[in-house]
Write a protein that binds this ligand. Structure first.
Ligand SMILES: NC(=O)c1ccc[n+]([C@@H]2O[C@H](COP(=O)([O-])OP(=O)(O)OC[C@H]3O[C@@H](n4cnc5c(N)ncnc54)[C@H](OP(=O)(O)O)[C@@H]3O)[C@@H](O)[C@H]2O)c1
Length: 331
């Protein structure tokens, strides 16, 4: 475990040279995205941040942005509205960002929730949590890769379940559409595994970009209650048991913010960024170069080598082909 004091010492070294010059947060309107974005602004560094969020979050987020500008006038935070559960909207907003920015240094992805309610689809026919936690995330990456590649040390972080991937991923019903095949635990495992497999593929195709699929640990953001069916037994269990447990055993907001900021900036992951003299992270290929890192909330990386090798052999091509088929109309 990287001690919080070491994390903070590293973050104290963030300056104009090491902070991302341009960052895109999807979405920084709540939870870990919001905490991390604020920690980045609090470094005092000069940075421009596109804070992407849906219309319903605009009012409170504009107040948050005013607060950020008072903290650090050298940080420009730009409210960027998009209905980020939708693929068409993802394409539109990426086009907007690319029209303004020739380079993007950091893409930080946190949308989604624990899918413990019934299966619900977006207007585009994709299960909502799967769209937020996988498809739109991959689409953001694919659209922004040309500008990410213009950065000196481009980095993409997808916050979900890095290191928890499993060979139990369902390849016959990737989107869990068959009757009875969608339930909370299964969907979480499916979407988490798809993240690792998808990022591993993207890392193969883009060896100059550092990808991190992170597992944030327990952070008391109210996330577990977002995807519930009000009044159901699961809902009561989540409210009575899981949410209080998360509240009790969560790390503090500050620890979460600092640990995620470390993952955004430290050379521990791929060798570029704030210099790191501790144990370096190891990617899913077993080396220290850029690639995909499965980062735990402790800021250590896990290889999960056996599972990743099995997934590469048996699942990756099928998942990637299916992903590209889903995304093709929006690429
Ligand atoms: N917190 C934890 O303990 C924990 C643990 C493991 C994994 N995770 C996963 O890590 C990620 C980040 O967690 P978090 O705690 O930061 O989550 P959070 O506080 O619930 O924030 C999630 C973000 O997703 C957006 N979002 C949710 N539903 C949406 C929808 N239907 N359409 C558009 N945007 C939507 C929210 O936007 P609005 O502000 O507009 O609602 C918010 O910005 C999530 O995928 C979560 O499942 C969290």
């Amino acid at each position: 475990m990287v001690a919080l004091t070491e994390v903070k010492a590293s973050n104290a070294l963030i300056n104009d040279a090491t902070a991302p010059r341009v960052a895109v947060f999807v979405s920084g309107t709540a939870g870990i995205g919001k905490l991390t974005l604020k920690a980045l602004v609090e470094t005092g560094a000069s940075t421009r941040i596109y804070l992407v969020g849906r219309k319903s979050a605009e009012e409170r987020t504009r107040a948050f942005i005013d607060e950020l500008h008072a903290i650090n006038a050298r940080a420009e935070v730009i409210w960027t509205e998009a209905e980020v559960s939708l693929l068409a909207e993802t394409k539109r907003v990426c086009g907007l960002i690319k029209s303004k920015e020739p380079r993007v240094d950091l893409l930080f992805l946190t949308t989604g929730y624990a899918p413990f309610g019934k299966r619900t689809e977006t207007a585009e026919g994709v299960e909502v949590a799967q769209s937020l936690e996988y498809y739109t995330r991959v689409l953001f990456i694919q659209h922004l890769l040309p500008v990410l590649r213009q950065a000196e040390a481009p980095r993409v972080i997808s916050v979900l379940a890095g290191g928890m991937e499993s060979t139990w991923v369902d390849l016959d019903d990737i989107d869990l559409k068959r009757p009875g095949n969608f339930w909370g635990g299964k969907a979480q495992l499916q979407y988490g595994t798809m993240n690792s497999v998808g990022l591993d593929k993207l890392a193969q195709l883009n060896s100059d970009v550092t990808f991190i699929h992170s597992s944030p640990g327990w952070v008391s953001t109210g996330n577990v209650l977002r995807g519930r069916d009000a009044g159901s037994i699961t809902d009561w269990l989540m409210w009575l048991v899981l949410e209080p447990l998360v509240r009790l055993f969560s790390m503090t907001d500050d620890a979460s913010a600092q640990r995620n900021l470390f993952q955004c900036t430290s050379a521990s992951f791929g060798g570029r960024g704030v210099p790191w003299t501790g144990k370096p992270g190891v990617n899913t290929r077993g080396n220290k170069a850029a690639g995909v890192f499965l980062a735990k909330y402790t800021c250590d990386s896990v290889e999960n080598a056996k599972t990743m090798a099995a997934l590469r052999e048996k699942a990756q091509q099928k998942i990637w082909d299916h992903t590209q088929e889903m995304l093709r109309p929006y690429l």
